[in-house]
Design a protein around this ligand. Sequence first.
Ligand code: F1P
Length: 353
Amino acid sequence: HEQPEAVARTLEGRIAGSRILPNVFGVDAETLLAQVKNIHIVACGTSYHAGMVARYWIEALAGLPCAVEVASEYRYRQTVVPPGTLFVAISQSGETADTLAALRSGRASARYLAALAVCNVPESSLVRESDLVLMTRAGPEIGVASTKAFTTQLAALALLTLELARLNGIDDARYEELVGELAALPRMVAEALKLEPQIALLAERFVDKQHALFLGRGASYPIAIEAALKLKEISYIHAEAYPAGELKHGPLALVDEHMPVIAVAPNNQLLEKLKSNLEEVRARGGELFVIADTDVDVKLDPDRGALLRIDAGNNLIAPAVFNIPLQLLAYHVAVLKGTDVDQPRNLAKSVTV
Ligand code: F1P
């Protein structure tokens, strides 16, 4: 519920009128970022999912090649780092061992053009050891599971994307339009939170479930993965996420009346494809819950699912907005099941070993 303020803090002083202010990423950042030819994003857990969203944004808007990987694998691969690579480490705590190790191994061999930290803790090791820093300013997260940290990471990564897009020649009018949309994010998040009573009702339909399947396409796919992670880490329901187009390559075999399917349906060029994937679920008697943009219609059997509408705004910030009802869903299922939402079993806030 603090997220509108947290996201507003992330954006504060970084947008003036219709542009992102120069040097919000550090001293001489503009000169450095103008040389970026390639991006490697590295993170763990929820922060990794924020990076996955950013990859869609950076490729589409800045036209730069962008790879994203969990730090625990990146650090052990013989990663090829092309010249002009910006290393972006995302971490709420700035102390996650694998993320720091990935940063340090790259720095030791001087392979990066620069390292940029997207982080929530100013005095952290990650911030101290990076060349450029973008603080998320989420404020302290009490719970183990990242919520506002994730949404503010998305806001910070959208700032980075738009700066890279500007430096790589995005059309001025499009740039200004996108900056305006990003500035509206705190308000959109506040609106999304108003869905809570509906989500609380929806949660009742998950309490007795053993499994759940989340689907998304494009930049909504990482949001589906993050939603599955939230559900499993705080409610202990086994949840998986797939790109909706992968359904027929295996997971469809799991769909029956016991498998709830939750789909994220923004109004974009992928919608028709998504609808045909959802039809495959419906035809097999699966329970289908669709979180959809206001003007999206999806065919559902009333007793076998539900449609929840949300004003997700536009393509850029839509993932951050869709994320809110999905976090609320995990929260309400956990509350109904009586699990400890703030301190899930077996998990630590910061994985430092
Ligand atoms: C990464 C992370 C969190 C998760 C949990 C364990 O932390 O996977 O996303 O919620 O607390 O660690 P960080 O690198 O973002 O601090």
